[in-house]
Design a protein around this ligand. Structure first.
Ligand code: TRH
Length: 373
C-alpha cells in the first residue's frame, strides 16, 4: 500500500550547540527517505548544519541537499506554507508566516515538536492542541519520549541492518580515525566544556586498565586532552574530527562505552545499545538533574539487578554533579560491562516497541488531515 506524501516545512532555530540542527536534519532525512515527503527546512544557522552535513554549503541561502530544500530562515517571509508546518523546540516562527498558515487554503497541520524528556508530565501534553491567541488557529504539541504515550524517538528503518553490516567495516573505520582497531576498550567522550573532566581523568588513572579514548571534536576534548598529556601510557587519546552525522552511529557502534550529551547523541546512544553515561544540557536550578532522574527511573525498570541499577544511577549523578564517587564507580562500571550491555539491549528493544517518532508523527498528522476536527 503506497503512503500519501505531503509537502512539509520544518523551522529550525539554532540556539547553541548542535542538537537543534542535528535533530531537524535527522527528521528531515527520515521523512524524505521513509515517506517521500517534500521537505523545506528553514534554518537560521547554515554553519552549524554544514558541520554536521558536509555537503551543505554554509554560504548558499537556498540549496537542495539529499532531497531537502534548505532555505535561510528569512526566506519564509516570501514563502507560502506547505501542507504541514513543524516548528521545533518551541522556536517562534515569524509572525508573518503564522498569519499565512491561518489564511492558507491548504489548512496546514501545525506541529510544535518539543524536546525529548522522560518526565511523566509530557504524557499529559503529548498531541494536545493549543489555540493561537490572535489567529485562533490550532497548533499541536508533539513530545518525543521513552514511553508508549509519547512520540518515541526517530528510528530509521535500516538502523539495525546498518549496525550488523558495520561489524565487518569496523576495523577500517577505526583505522580511518587513526585509532587502534585492536584496542580492548574504546571509550567515546562527547560532553560539555564545563563537565567534570578532572574526575574522568582521575577515574581512568585509578582504574589503570588500557583504554582508547575517542574524543569528540570540541572544546571539552581540548581540555581533557590537556589534562591527560602527561598521564600513563595505558590511556591512548584519539582526537576525532567532526564526523558527518551520517557516520555518527558508526562511531558509537565502535565503542564499549559512551559519554554522550544533550538530546540527539543521547538518543543515538540508546539506539546503539552500547552502555552510556548521559550528560544532559545544564539548565538553571538543576532542571537537567530532574530530567536525568526521570530517565533513570524509566531506564531502571528494565534492569532487574538493583546493584546494577544503582551503579548506573550513581555514576550518572556523580558525573553530572562532580562527586568523587565517580572514580571508584568507573572501575565497577568496567567490571560489569557485559551486564550493562545486556541492559542497554533490552532498553533498545523497548524503544523499538514504541515505533519510530517519524511513524508516530506521520500517523498523527495523517489523522488530522483526514479528520481535521
Ligand atoms: O550539541 P548538543 O549539546 O545539543 C544540545 C541539545 O540538543 C540540547 O537539548 C539543546 O538544548 C542544546 O543543544 C541547545 O548535543 P546533541 O543533542 O547530542 O547534538 C549533537 C549533534 O551533533 C548530534 O546530532 C550528533 C552530532 N555530531 C556529529 O554528527 N558528529 C560528531 O562528530 C559529533 C561530536 C556530533
Amino acid at each position: 500500500m503506497s503512503m500519501p506524501t505531503y509537502t512539509c516545512d520544518i523551522f529550525c532555530d539554532v540556539i547553541d550547540n548542535y542538537g537543534d540542527a542535528g535533530i531537524c536534519w535527522r527528521l528531515s532525512r527520515d521523512l524524505v527517505k521513509s515517506r517521500g515527503w517534500s521537505i523545506r527546512l528553514f534554518i537560521n544557522n547554515l554553519q552549524t548544519l554544514s558541520e554536521l552535513v558536509p555537503s551543505v554549503s554554509p554560504h548558499l541561502a537556498s540549496q537542495n541537499v539529499d532531497g531537502i530544500e534548505i532555505e535561510m530562515w528569512d526566506h519564509s517571509q516570501k514563502a507560502e506554507p506547505s501542507q504541514i508546518v513543524i516548528e521545533t523546540f518551541g522556536c517562534r516562527i515569524p509572525e508573518s508566516f503564522e498569519k499565512k498558515i491561518a489564511r492558507s487554503p491548504l489548512k496546514p497541520v501545525w506541529i510544535n515538536l518539543e524536546y525529548l524528556s522522560a518526565e511523566d508530565w509530557i504524557e499529559g501534553f503529548h498531541c494536545l492542541p493549543s489555540l493561537h491567541p490572535q489567529l485562533g488557529y490550532e497548533k499541536f504539541f508533539f513530545y518525543p519520549g521513552v514511553t508508549k504515550r509519547t512520540g518515541g524517538m526517530i528510528i530509521e528503518n535500516d538502523l539495525i541492518g546498518r549496525q550488523k553490516d558495520f561489524e565487518k567495516d569496523k576495523e577500517k573505520f577505526l583505522l580511518s580515525l587513526n585509532a587502534d582497531p585492536g584496542s580492548e576498550f574504546n571509550f567515546f567522550v562527547f560532553c560539555y566544556p564545563y563537565s567534570h573532566l578532572n574526575l574522568l581523568k582521575d577515574a581512568l588513572i585509578a582504574d589503570g586498565r588500557p583504554v582508547q579514548l575517542l574524543l569528540a571534536a570540541g572544546k571539552a576534548s581540548d581540555e581533557l586532552e590537556k589534562l591527560l598529556v602527561e598521564v600513563s601510557t595505558s590511556i591512548k587519546v584519539v582526537r576525532l574530527p567532526m564526523i558527518a552525522q551520517s557516520h555518527f552511529d558508526e562511531l558509537l557502534w565502535s565503542c564499549n562505552t559512551l559519554i554522550v550529551r544533550g538530546e540527539d547523541s543521547f538518543t543515538r546512544a540508546q539506539l546503539s545499545a552500547v552502555p552510556f553515561i548521559w550528560t544532559p544540557y545544564a539548565q538553571e536550578q538543576s532542571i537537567h538533574l530532574g530530567k536525568l532522574k526521570a530517565f533513570c527511573e524509566k531506564y531502571r525498570k528494565f534492569e532487574p539487578d538493583d546493584s546494577i541499577g544503582n551503579l548506573w544511577e550513581s555514576i550518572n549523578f556523580s558525573w553530572n554533579q562532580g562527586l568523587p564517587e565517580f572514580v571508584p564507580l568507573w572501575a565497577k562500571w568496567r567490571n560489569n560491562l557485559s551486564v550493562l550491555e545486556k541492559w542497554a539491549e533490552t532498553w533498545r528493544n523497548h524503544l523499538f516497541s514504541l515505533q519510530s517518532l517519524t511513524i508516530n508523527l506521520c500517523n498523527f498528522i495523517e489523522e488530522k488531515i483526514k479528520s481535521p476536527d
